[in-house]
Structure formats: C-alpha cells, structure tokens
Design a protein around this ligand. Structure first.
Ligand code: CTP
Length: 409
C-alpha cells in the first residue's frame, strides 16, 4: 500500500446504497498516508452526509451545492489539477453515463472531465442494470488508457437478489488504487510465494502444526500483485483470506495441507518462475503412521512415532538455480547468526530472520529482525507492519532480479 502514501486522491461518491461502505475506503486511504478529497453527487448526499467524510478525511467535501454556487470555494478545475488519482465508488449507472458521454453537469463529472489523472471506477448496481445494454455500452466507451474498472462482485445484493453488482471489499479497492498509481516494477515477473503452516495428521481429528497464520506470505503476495507480478501462492491451512486476484492471470492460489503437499505444489509452481519467497512454516515432523479412524482417548498410545518431513528448500535446491530465493527464519536465540547459517545451508539469496516467542512475530503484529543476504552486509530492519515489511523485502528481491525481464526457465 506504499504507493498511496502522500498521494492526492479524489474520492468521488455517487448515489447508490453502497455509499455507506465508502467510509471504510476513505479511512483506509488516509491510513495508507494519502491526502483524500471527497466529492459527492447530490444523490450520494441522500445516502450519507458529507460531514461523515469531512471527519474521516480532515478535508472539506465538495458537493453540487458548491458547484452551482457563485461565490468562493475551490473550482472544479483546481480540484481536477490537484489530484494524482480519481476513485469513484460506488459508480452508479447515471455517473457512468455522464463519464462515458463527457457530461459536466455536476461537480464530480466536471472534475473528471477537466482532469488528466487516471480514474478507478467501482461500479455497484443491481445485476439487471449492470448487465443492461446501456451500461455495458457506456463501459465500452470509456478511454481504456485512463479509466480502470473494477467489475462488481457476484453475491447478495441490497435488493435481496443474488448476482453481479456487489460493492467490493474496501481492502480490494485500496489494492487496485495502489496498483493504478504504481510502481509496477514487478510487471512481467512470476513469483511463487508459500505461506502458512502445514498440518500433519495423527488421525482425522488430531494433528501436528504450528501457530503460523500465513499473514507474512499473504502480504508479500498482495504487494507483489499490486506491483505487477504474476503470483502463485501456495497456501497452507489458515483462516486469513488470500488476496483477491485482479484478473485471471494475476494471482493463483493452491491450497495444501501437509509439508509433502506443499513441496509438490511449490515444485509445480516454479515452472517458469523468476523467484521463490518461502514464507511458509512447514511442520518439520509428521506421525510415522497416521491412524485411519479417530480412535478413543483411552486407546491412544502414550508416545508417538515421528518422522521428519522433507525440507522444501533443500529438496528443490537444484530447481532453484537461476531464480532469486528469499527465505525466512523465526528464531528464539541468536537470531542473526542462525539466519545467516540457514541462508548458507539452504543456498538462499536473502533471508529475513526475526525473533519469535511469547506470541511475538506471529499473526497480525508488526515484525522486526535482520535481512541477511548472500551478496551484502546484514541489514537491521526496524519494527514495521507486515504490509510494509512485504514491500521492503520485495524491494530487495527486485534489485536482484536479472534486468532482462521475464525468465528463461
Ligand atoms: N523450510 C522448508 N522446508 C521445511 C521447513 C522449513 O523449506 N520443511 C523453509 C522455511 O519456509 C524458511 C526456511 O526453510 O524459509 C527456514 O525455516 P526454519 O523452520 O527456520 O528452518 P528449519 O530448516 O526447519 O531449521 P530449524 O528448525 O532447525 O531451525
């Protein structure tokens, strides 16, 4: 989400029921460090009050009352110049028609017409309206070099119907906004990311696992997609949702359960990939002989025979030659030294080593540690969110990718 920091974003709101959800978009943009100016159509102000957005953005809200007022105020031309990106959410059929037809009969459409900034449209309407000939024709009339459209999601609509037309999650809108603003420094690259724990069953209801949530890898997958990469995410069992793909090619997710399955899925995903980010925490051991049935507690053995699971990085080492590989090490002692040892042992280019224990380092909490690398001195990484850490690590990975772009594998 770094692409949003210090950027001027004009958030246009038109009159649909989804307008009530846009507060979360405004808040998310602010949290990401953007300067947000809201412009509401007259219809939008019937759904939500401008005061809500004034409070959320700490900026005055532009409405049609200002536009048709003769004295003072910021003109639509000034607003049009003073933005890096226009996001219109929700974009109703009427606002879309205004934009497609080049109308300037309210503040929002006049600003869009007078601006050269890219526009991200988030249409949200009833399925029948979305699928109507008029709406589809209007979409086709937009200048594709300037307008980017997030197709509405299928799901439950406010009308009680089910179908395409739903307003997306605010997080997905923020990601699209960040992707529109760039940089797209990973465009043309394919990056495999593993994330989450694995589970090794003792029987159908008991298992060996660890507290990894998969958040670090999921944030890396998210940031890589925003920066233009094609991402193949191999994801262990976790409740944390993977990022939503921008299009058919941008993210694929393969769900796995055991370390062996993760190994096989990662191997398959490496075909034609430029880099591997091994953020998963695969279980190191599995029960030697999982029982097929649940079994009663009183019948359980007092000890469990275990065997070591394959080390994914070591097993795949021959296939990793020529690709940039970033590993992770969660350590309780000698964090940096252990990280460097693992970097060497596993033949990695980069490894992020961070302290863990007592809940530190797991889940949604910020992360800090050391970035050890094959070719440079260790970097100490101060505490930051996993989203910021993801961008930082991708910077270091991107620096090491061959400049020719694409891959020869
Ligand atoms: N890793 C792997 N295959 C495994 C276990 C770990 O590829 N079966 C990867 C992790 O995804 C991580 C790196 O190896 O990128 C280091 O993981 P870690 O668990 O710290 O290392 P181990 O090799 O398991 O070492 P140890 O448990 O002895 O500290």
């Amino acid at each position: 989400m770094r692409a949003l920091k210090d950027r001027r974003i004009l958030l246009g709101i038109s009159g649909g029921i989804a307008a009530y959800k846009v507060g979360f978009v405004a808040r998310g943009l602010r949290k990401a460090g953007a300067d947000v100016r809201v412009v509401m159509t007259q219809a939008a102000t019937k759904f939500v009050g401008p005061l809500t957005f004034e409070a959320l953005t700490e900026n005055p809200v532009g409405t049609d009352a200002d536009f048709f007022h003769t004295g003072g105020g910021v003109s639509h031309v000034e607003m049009a110049r003073a933005c890096d990106l226009i996001v219109i959410a929700p974009c109703t059929a009427t606002t879309l028609a205004r934009l497609a037809g080049g109308f300037a009969d309210n503040l929002l459409s006049a600003v869009v017409l007078a601006s050269r900034a890219p526009v991200l449209l988030v249409p949200s309407m009833h399925t029948a309206m979305w699928q109507s000939h008029a709406v589809q024709q209007n979409l086709a009339r937009l200048d594709p070099s300037r307008f980017r459209v997030m197709p509405p999601e299928a799901g439950d609509l406010a009308s009680g119907d089910v179908g395409p037309g739903r307003f997306p999650e605010p997080q997905d809108i923020l990601e699209q906004a960040a992707a529109t603003l760039g940089p797209r420094d990973l465009a043309g690259r394919t990056i495999v990311v593993t994330a989450g724990p694995t589970r090794e069953p003792m029987d159908p209801v008991r298992l060996i696992t660890n507290p990894s949530t998969g958040r670090m890898g999921i944030e890396i997958a998210r940031a890589a997609q925003v920066r233009g990469a094609r991402v193949r995410l191999v994801l262990g069992p976790t409740e944390v949702p993977p990022p939503r793909a921008f299009d058919d090619a941008s993210i694929s997710v393969v769900r796995v359960m055991t370390t062996q399955q993760m190994l096989e899925a990662t191997q398959a995903a490496l075909q034609g990939a430029d880099a591997l980010v091994m953020a998963a925490a695969p279980a190191d051991q599995r029960p030697a002989a999982p029982r097929p049935g649940k079994g009663r507690k009183k019948d359980l053995p007092a000890t469990l025979d275990l065997v070591t699971t394959p080390d994914i990085l070591l097993t795949l080492r021959p296939a990793l030659a020529g690709r940039i590989v970033l590993g992770f090490a969660a350590e309780t002692d000698d964090v940096e030294a252990s990280g460097r040892r693992k970097l060497d042992e596993k033949g990695l280019d980069l490894l992020f080593a961070n302290p863990v224990g007592d809940g530190v380092g797991f889940g949604a909490r910020p992360n800090e540690g050391f970035l050890v690398s094959r070719d440079r001195d260790t970097e100490t990484v101060a505490s930051r969110t996993k989203a910021d850490l993801a961008d930082f690590l991708l910077d270091r990975l991107a620096e090491r990718l061959p400049t020719s772009g694409g891959t020869t594998h």
